[in-house]
Design a binder for this molecule. Structure first.
Ligand code: NAD
Ligand code: TDX
Length: 338
């Protein structure tokens, strides 16, 4: 089988390729990535020399390019990780989120219509369900929840999901969707909370916490997300949505304090800053469907995943130091003024 993995030079797509390329040596894996600020070929170094892996640079929203690639490669499966993924950037520049996340997804679906496909899989997010209140811990997102996006990022991911479902129903595209909670782990770009805290604390720099730090996220170690996607693509039913999450809810302040404790750094590094506009209060996933139907189970808890992640950032300083010394520095100064 021939797979095209879009966005494979990013955080989750990169970890996914590390997970599958050696596990399935009889399959062919093509990474398609535009290499935006978030894409990094250094992330793909662990698989770069494998005979069943190759890389092609391109934009999923470029119709001519995508159609030509499908004509040439005749892929069996598309797994679409490619996206603009940072909520704060979607607040300052929504347009690119529409281009990549919506137009890019529709372009891939149109190529699937034109050339045929065995499976199209859309990597989506819990953020399409909006948020939950802090005072109702009994409430979790199920696949039946309404789509209710809050940010331009989540609106663009929700729109993409609706196109995937519509193309399944109208054109019979054999498509599936998975919606995962917040990921963390190796190769996570340091604009996101956990790698931002680790990289800044290691340099004894201030840690910006939005609002009062009470917002809750449901954290999943990235390898567990990868195993779930692998299962859904191989065994999940067409036309279905699968929620992915590991019941690891933590407030942002708890997350920051846990990392500081793990690194032996003082809590005085914490600086409360202006809140994110429209900031979602709480995400919490109910993964019962994927557990019961496909037998998926996460291997990691927050208590085992955080030390493993901190350890990875300590032993891969060159990976993130390259990033924070580049274009990202300008973004950080504009976003936080710190
Ligand atoms: P990321 O920002 O780290 O990586 C995105 C990748 O997509 C980069 O390599 C980038 O170069 C590439 N890309 C961007 N625009 C492109 C385009 N137009 N054409 C081709 N490639 C393009 O993102 P991530 O955190 O790895 O997220 C991957 C997917 O998982 C996204 O669809 C995201 O919505 C979803 N998701 C992320 C999380 C999370 O916690 N990070 C949780 C749930 C779902
Ligand atoms: O500097 C910060 N300070 C802070 O308090 C940053 C960057 C974040 N935060 C807060 C905002 C959120 O409540 O931490 C929480 C996590 O923030 P992010 O790491 O930006 O993630 P989030 O907005 O929850 O979205 C992530 O999970 C769902 C991914 O970036 C999305 O791509 C995914 O769909």
């Amino acid at each position: 089988m021939k797979y095209i993995v879009t966005g494979g030079a990013g955080f989750i797509g990169g970890n996914f390729l590390h997970y599958v390329v050696d596990k399935y040596p009889g399959d062919e894996w093509i990474c398609l990535d535009k290499l935006t600020y978030a894409g990094n070929l250094e992330t793909l170094a662990p698989v770069a020399d494998r005979p069943n892996y190759s890389f092609v640079r391109g934009d999923i929203a470029d119709r001519d390019f995508v159609f030509e690639l499908f004509r040439k490669e005749k892929p069996d499966v598309i797994i679409n990780f490619a996206a603009e993924s940072h909520v704060d950037r979607s607040v300052s520049d929504p347009d690119i989120f529409v281009k990549t996340n919506v137009t890019g997804t529709v372009t891939l679906l149109d190529a699937c219509r034109e050339f045929g496909i065995r499976r199209y899989h859309q990597v989506s997010t819990d953020e399409v369900y909006g948020d939950l209140p802090l005072d109702r811990p009994d409430l979790l997102f199920t696949e039946e929840n309404k789509i209710r996006a809050s940010s331009p990022y989540s609106a663009s991911k929700a729109a993409a999901d609706l196109f995937v479902s519509a193309y399944h129903r109208t054109f019979g595209i054999p498509a599936s969707i998975s919606r995962c909670s917040n990921n963390y782990g190796p190769y996570h770009f340091p604009e996101k909370l956990i790698p931002l805290v680790i990289s800044r604390a290691l340099n004894d720099e201030k840690i910006p916490v939005y609002g009062n730090g009470a917002n809750v996220r449901d954290w999943l170690y990235v390898e567990d997300h990868c195993s779930a996607i692998d299962l859904v693509v191989r065994k999940g039913r067409e036309g279905e949505v699968y929620n992915i999450g590991g019941h690891n809810e933590r407030s942002n302040l708890e997350v920051v304090k846990t990392i500081l404790r793990t690194l032996g750094k003082p809590e005085s590094l914490i600086e409360f800053v202006k809140d994110r506009p429209g900031h979602d209060m709480r995400y919490a996933m109910d993964p019962t469907k994927i557990e019961k139907e496909l037998g998926w189970k996460p291997k990691h808890t927050f208590d085992s995943g955080i030390p493993a992640t901190v350890e990875w950032y300590l032993s891969h300083r060159e990976w993130w130091e390259h990033i924070i010394s580049g274009e990202y520095r300008n973004y950080f100064e504009k976003q936080y003024g710190l």
